[in-house]
Design a protein around this ligand. Structure first.
Ligand SMILES: Cc1cc2nc3c(=O)[nH]c(=O)nc-3n(C[C@H](O)[C@H](O)[C@H](O)COP(=O)(O)OP(=O)(O)OC[C@H]3O[C@@H](n4cnc5c(N)ncnc54)[C@H](O)[C@@H]3O)c2cc1C
Length: 522
């Protein structure tokens, strides 16, 4: 198959990029290992956008974003986001989505109170994409390689549900594969969001920036047997956060209100819960919340889950939520590899050391448009001649013995190492232990031959997950300070004099190791 633009990832960023590239007249294919829209992290979102409004000046929005990012964001990208925000909202309004204005942004009104708002958002986009004749949708295709010929990209390669190896050619590829939250034991992401995009990009030789910065969300359901659903604010006044001895955790640490702590002290809030959680389970107690409140958002979202939240406290935990680090792009969404563009959570630069709430979806819509438009213009203006393709159609040999059980055990170990060594609070000792453990685990993983397509997907996921985990460990051990989402108990202060810098990881595939460089932030 040959196209002008290939978009990898059917989340919000990828769908916006595909629509924009289609608008520019490019022939587009959007690929997802699952489906487009549903099944992505975007579908799980609260559909809340932070942005300048009539009452929130662009300059204040820029300053707040930089302040939350502890001043290591790329300011030119933040300013571009503020400038182009309204164009993103025009796109959403054209899809008949109802945008409700807040003092500091907008949210998309959910089609029903018991439906996660992100579902309404992604359904509208996926519905529109399916009606555009120039955009082909390929679902169930797992991309394993971005093809490059010398200095340029010329397509992607992967495998589909029927074991078939698939190559698709195009002069421009947009990477919109999301983050890697699901490499952590506690996370609120879709279970397969394990950093494939970072892995794919690094395999082409690209650098990874600021990988130590992972955002943790303070309150996620951790009750065994229940989905790890994020507990959306506002939290009812009557809610109590307790430990097994029924001690009020917030009071104990001088935080009176979870809603306030969530907005003004989210990192400290997560760190407190992380450390309390290491001592024993934590519970949310909604028993005193009046019955009438359960019909309204956000408590209405819990009514679909088979658990009596009104009568029983349930286990909660902080959880990995969002990756601030990733792939460097310029103002046109272009990476350092000609023809490769990136947008959404996989891209780096906007959020610095921590992300302002609502800025991830803002990033998807603004930079999705930019990347889609730039990729289309690039492709339509410089058609690529294809290299010899015969060489590419090598098959994949499956192993006759099933590997799923072993791989699931390795997955569990990866997630435990990630949580224990690169959770909210980290130390040099823990990080070095983590690096040693991952090294051993990687050797075991490499020795596994997948039996089915499912096993192969899992192996691919785990290869990506171990790679990303190594990147987070390595970047974290190298930064000798605490900043934003990142707390080093052995370096508890933010050190602007020495560390107002961005980290840049390069991977040497022959030597099998990372090296890190630092650049002054800005
Ligand atoms: C519970 C939750 C609530 C949130 N709420 C908000 C909010 O209200 N406001 C806000 O600003 N942010 C929010 N966020 C963050 C925001 O939702 C995400 O950062 C954003 O949706 C990411 O979008 P994306 O398009 O980059 O990636 P995703 O939506 O994650 O989509 C990426 C897609 O790429 C696919 N993919 C990956 N690798 C491959 C491969 N190799 N081959 C084929 N397909 C592949 C994945 O399967 C996935 O479908 C929330 C996040 C979570 C988890």
């Amino acid at each position: 198959m040959k196209k002008d633009v290939i978009v990898i990832g059917g989340g919000f960023a990828g769908m916006v990029a595909a629509l924009e590239a289609g608008e520019e007249g490019a022939k587009v294919v959007i690929i997802d290992r699952g489906s487009i829209g549903l099944g992505t992290n975007s579908a799980l979102s609260n559909a809340t956008f932070s942005s300048p409004t009539m009452h929130y000046a662009p300059e204040k929005y820029v300053r707040d974003t930089l302040k939350t990012g502890k001043e290591i964001n790329r300011e030119l990208l933040v300013r571009l986001m503020a400038k182009e925000a309204s164009l993103g909202f025009s796109l959403l309004r054209s899809l008949d989505l109802e945008l409700v204005e807040l003092s500091d942004g907008y949210y998309v009104k959910s089609a029903r109170p018991d439906l996660i708002p992100g579902i309404t958002l992604v359904r509208a986009l996926a519905g529109k994409i399916r009606k555009v004749s120039g955009i082909e949708v390929l679902t169930g295709l797992y991309v394993t390689e971005i093809l490059r010929d010398g200095e340029k990209v010329y397509g992607v390669r992967g495998f589909d549900k029927t074991r078939e190896e698939v190559s698709i050619y195009a002069p421009a590829v947009v990477l919109a594969t999301g983050g890697a939250g699901a490499i952590f034991l506690r996370n609120d992401n879709q279970k397969n969001i394990m950093g494939q995009g970072y892995y794919l990009a690094a395999k082409t030789g690209l650098e990874l920036w600021d990988m130590e910065f992972v955002q943790f969300y303070p309150l996620v359901i951790a009750q065994p047997g229940l989905p790890s659903l994020l507990l959306y604010p506002p939290y009812p006044q009557e809610a109590r956060l307790i430990n097994a001895a029924e001690e009020n955790i917030l009071k104990k640490h001088g935080l009176d209100d979870p809603n306030k702590a969530h907005v003004t002290e989210r990192d400290r809030f997560s760190a407190i819960l992380f450390q309390e959680g290491l001592k024993g389970p934590l519970y949310m107690d909604y028993r005193m919340v009046p019955t009438s409140r359960w019909k309204r958002h956000p408590l209405s979202l819990l009514t679909k889950i088979k658990f009596d939240f009104q009568r029983e406290p349930f286990a909660v935990s902080p959880a990995a939520h969002f990756f601030m680090g990733g792939i460097r792009i310029d103002e046109s969404g272009q990476t350092a590899l000609p023809g490769l563009f990136a947008c959404g959570e996989v891209a780096w630069g906007l959020h610095g050391a921590n992300r302002m709430s609502g800025n991830a979806l803002m990033e998807c819509v603004v930079f999705g448009r930019i990347a889609g438009r730039s990729a289309a213009r690039y492709a339509l203006n410089c058609p690529t001649s294809l290299p010899d393709l015969k060489e590419l159609s090598k098959g994949f040999s499956y192993d006759p013995s099933s590997s799923q059980g072993t791989q699931r055990k390795l997955q569990r170990r990866i997630r435990e190492i990630a949580w224990r060594c690169t959770g909210v609070v980290r130390s040099e000792k823990g990080l070095r232990e983590g690096l040693a453990e991952v090294k051993n685990l990687e050797i075991e993983l490499k020795g596994i031959g997948p039996h089915t397509v499912h096993d192969r997907k899992l192996k691919q996921d785990l290869m990506g997950a171990t790679f990303v985990l190594k990147a987070v460990l390595y970047a974290s051990v190298s930064r000798k300070e605490s900043r934003g989402s990142f707390i080093r108990e052995d370096f508890p202060q933010q050190d602007d004099l020495n560390w107002r810098k961005n980290s840049c990881l390069t991977y040497d595939w022959e030597e099998d190791r990372f090296s890190v460089s630092y650049y002054p932030a800005g």
